[in-house]
Ligand binder design. Structure first.
Ligand code: G6P
Length: 608
């Protein structure tokens, strides 16, 4: 979704802003713009389309600093250059970029219009630029004061950055519900909505909290609140390397991130396996053994793939720790006035740590006294800082919109949590050892799955021509099927639907025909017979079957078997998810889709 970058310092801002915006492209957007302070006032350039279009559109003499840049995901008004940010006041003195939604925008616009302000766009953000200008007219002495006065009239969510042609040595930023951070450099400073924008420039970042503002100059920053109380904030160090966010030789981030999974799982496991006691050591949980033993239920919340990973997490926790567990979309949970129980452990799952529905569910839980831990990838993200403890994935930046490495790392983190909760209950040391051996085998086995990429590409080209694809699985295979269908839909736009295998006969079997391929999850476990009889039902109706199994299936059950390496039944879903990612990827490539930035989708959904 929307992205913000800002620069204050001795260099020309535009190239730095363009690079930062490029790094935020993965979030999804439909227009982009820049403002820089020059000797003759502010210059603004905006386009609908990509950051590359903006770069091509910049005049050679677009030089100066400070500067602010933005990628916009349309909410108020179409993705036109007029509606793109930065927005300015009538005199072109103030420029504003904004993420989030200003809820009283209509009211503010009407009030400003009554005072004679003419609007150049349909956006909520433009009102802020006029409010800041009005604050100066009403006597504000500096940008800090003018922004504070303007924001006191604003209701809604914002992360914003403001520049003033009359104070060309600073940017003022503010955060309320939408992330803003500062990057500390040598005699230069950066601002951004996402650490990814700063990669390559600095590792020292200061995260603002809701209700906080900052004035940023080349030599430092001052943080304060809306009522001008100073807040002391010191920088923390981000540990991501540039390589993690670079595409390298890969055609797309999606395939790069799929292929990284041996390493990312290793990183999720690193330092967390306790061979001495056959358990997992999770330093960030902030739960004493006694507290962990008192947990009677686990409730997992997330959106999209995070929720499907949570479904697998719930089964792992029930299987290994024998604690009742379930997962639910965070968006549903937050709106149903949930009963919050003191002996339930709530787990918020989010790759980005910024998904608004998941964050709102966490806040609702905490308001009612619930204990929430997070399983999050982005260090220092809003959810990571909001929860009472948690597990970081350490999967590195995930740039492609479709979740892949974060999915398998999340399930791995759940396996560690389940092992930990199990071993302080009734899971025996032998069983603990069995799971640990399985976890340690995952990286090598993922590499074996990835070797089948070409064979999977062949299958993908076949299904790419279908109108629809059915995915079926039982028990642990069911969330795998859901995630497989989700991946295919997201990146190839081929309709896909997932069903629990036994539910086929209650409806979708009516759809089965030679035109509807089925992808079936058929692990070699205690449900193998049940799963093979599902395949017979489909084949009897001439439905083509692609099976993911642990051995080659006969042709009367499957037209094609992708044979997967076998791990422990609890961990097999991690391995089974990988070929489905490859299937979706290759189908998307075959269909010429925008693989990393599928239409209508965003990586990090920070508005409702
Ligand atoms: C968006 C993305 C999905 C992702 C979901 C949750 O919808 O397109 O790929 O699974 O958000 O994101 P999160 O960052 O909270 O895991």
């Amino acid at each position: 979704m929307c992205g913000i970058v800002g620069y204050v310092g001795p260099q020309d801002a535009a190239p730095i802003l363009l690079e930062g915006l490029g790094r935020l492209e993965y979030r999804g957007y439909d227009s982009a713009g820049l403002a820089v302070a020059t000797k003759s006032g502010l210059k603004v350039r905006k386009v609908s389309g990509r950051v590359a279009d903006l770069a091509a559109d910049l005049p050679a003499r677009f030089k100066g600093a400070p500067g602010i840049g933005h990628t916009r995901w349309a909410t108020h008004g179409e993705p036109t250059p007029e509606n793109a940010h930065p927005h300015t006041d009538a005199a072109g003195r103030i420029a504003v970029v904004h993420n989030g939604i200003i809820e009283n925008a209509d009211e503010l616009r009407a009030k400003l219009a009554a005072d004679g302000v003419e609007f150049a766009s349909q956006t909520d953000t433009e009102a802020v630029a006029h409010l800041v200008a009005a604050a100066f007219q009403a006597g504000a002495v500096d940008l800090e004061q003018a922004v504070r006065q303007a924001l006191r009239q604003v209701v809604g969510a914002y992360g914003l950055a403001v520049m003033d042609a009359e104070h060309p040595d600073r940017i003022v930023v503010a955060r309320n519900g939408s992330p803003v951070l500062l990057g500390v450099g040598e005699k230069e400073m950066f601002v951004a909505s996402d650490v990814a924008a700063l990669i390559g420039y600095t590792r020292q970042v200061v995260y603002l909290d809701d209700g906080e503002l900052a004035t940023v100059t080349p030599t430092g920053y001052r943080t304060f609140t809306l009522d001008d109380r100073a807040v002391a904030k010191s920088p923390s160090t981000i540990d991501w390397d540039v390589v993690g966010a670079e595409i390298g030789d890969h055609a797309h981030y999606l395939i790069k991130e799929i292929q990284e999974q041996s390493r990312t799982i290793e990183r999720a496991l690193k330092g967390r396996i306790d061979e001495r006691f056959d358990t997992a050591h999770l330093g960030g949980l902030n739960l004493t053994v006694r507290e962990a033993r008192e947990i009677r239920r686990v409730k997992i919340l997330g959106c999209g793939s995070a929720c499907y990973a949570g479904d697998l997490g719930a089964q792992l926790i029930e299987d290994l720790a024998r604690v009742p567990a379930s997962a639910e979309p965070a968006s549903e949970f937050r709106y149903r006035n949930p009963v919050v129980e003191p002996d339930t452990l709530y787990v918020a799952v989010s790759q980005s740590g910024e998904t608004i529905d998941t964050l709102a569910a966490v806040q609702e839980l905490q308001r009612k006294g619930g204990r929430v831990i997070g399983i999050v990838n982005v260090v220092g993200s809003t959810i990571a800082r909001q929860v009472d403890g948690g597990i970081y994935l350490h999967a590195g930046p995930e740039m492609s919109v479709a979740a892949t490495k974060s999915f398998t790392s999340t399930v791995t983190a759940f396996a560690l949590l389940a092992l930990h909760l199990g071993r302080i209950r009734d899971l025996s040391p032998e069983q603990g050892r069995r799971i640990i051996a399985g976890l340690n085998a995952l990286p090598e086995q993922i590499a074996q799955v990835l070797e089948q990429s070409d064979a999977i590409a062949e299958v993908a080209r076949e299904i790419a021509g279908s109108n629809s694809v059915l995915f079926v699985g039982r028990r642990r295979g069911w969330p795998v099927a859901r995630e497989g269908a989700q991946k295919l839909k997201e990146v190839s736009y081929v309709h896909a639907e997932a069903y629990p295998s036994a539910e086929l006969k209650h409806g979708p079997l009516a759809l089965v025909s030679p035109e509807l391929p089925t992808v079936a999850i058929v692990p070699d476990d205690n449900l193998l017979d049940k799963n093979t009889s599902t395949l017979s039902e489909i084949k009897a109706r001439k439905g083509p079957v692609i099976a993911l199994a642990h051995r080659e299936l006969p042709s009367d059950l499957a037209d094609r078997t992708l044979v997967m390496p076998k791990n422990e039944p609890e961990l097999d879903p991690i391995l089974m998810s990988v070929p489905l990612q490859l299937l979706a990827y290759h189908a998307a490539v075959a269909l010429g889709r925008d693989v990393d930035k599928p239409r209508n989708l965003a990586k990090s959904v920070t508005v409702e």
